[in-house]
Design a protein around this ligand. Sequence first.
Ligand code: NDP
Length: 293
Amino acid sequence: MTDNTPQRNPLTLLGLGAMGTALAHTWLTAGHPLTVWNRTAARSEPLAAHGARITATAAEAVAASDLVVLCLLDDASVEEALQGADLNGKDLVNLTTSTPGQARARAAWAQERGARFLDGGIMAIPPMIGVPESGGYVFYSGSRPLFETHEQVLAVPTGARYVGEDAGFAALQDVALLSAMTGMFAGLSHAFALVRKENIDLKEFAPLLVDWLTAMAPATHTTAEQLTSDDYTTGVASNLAMMVAGNTTLLRTAEEQGVSSELLLPFMDLMERRLKDGHGDESTTGLIELLSR
Ligand code: NDP
């Protein structure tokens, strides 16, 4: 072939679940020679039509490229898939969701086998992959030289944010964001429970909820500033004493509406404990101290 198409770096991808398949399509579309392996072979076959090379074993797929990306179910499946593969000299990028401890242990495990290691935490769902305007990205941490060598390839499916040499940092920040999301889902579940049986159009209520959560979200910056300065009383828009008093109304309303307060109570209990300790002039930042074990 004598065309002027620039040569794209080849890579291997292990794992063709919902996320792996979305990733694979972006690399193929961008012209990267891609070798794939999936435990259930039937999931690999459709990709052959798009130009992927399919291997029968994970070890063959690993042998095919210097850069090996994993997107499997969990850390145990990574261990299982890589059994028998020669990792010496490989650049392993593990996009499988892990805990920070698992990521650090996996980094040491890879290094013992002669591989460089980068852990990734995907802040996107499959429909956001290959759609730059979706705002998705992957946190990466671990080997900086590996990240710098492959940054352009890694940035093909979605944004790439390197967050440090500690292999656990990507997983830690991924899980921190997901944990905040869990709290948000708890809050909006309670809100819908309060209104859903009334003559209120839930589709009109939803944008009000979105706007309110969006308006409150910048309080996150105040929390970061207060934690950094160790001063939880500067920049307080609503103090703890007022908020705890307001909780009575929230709890009574739940009772009136026949809704359990179980999603609210753990946070409200912390608020009361911090207030009793004499911190009524703070924001909720002081509650974070009560969470540290
Ligand atoms: P799927 O459940 O769709 O796919 C799981 C993949 O793992 C399949 O390829 C499956 O192979 C493979 N697998 C499971 N167990 C083993 C094993 N023991 N040995 C070898 N392969 C195994 O999950 P997703 O693709 O959605 O997710 C993959 C990773 O991406 C997960 O860690 C997930 O947390 C993360 N992620 C997913 C997001 C999403 O919205 N989907 C969002 C952000 C992160 P087989 O086909 O044979 O079952």
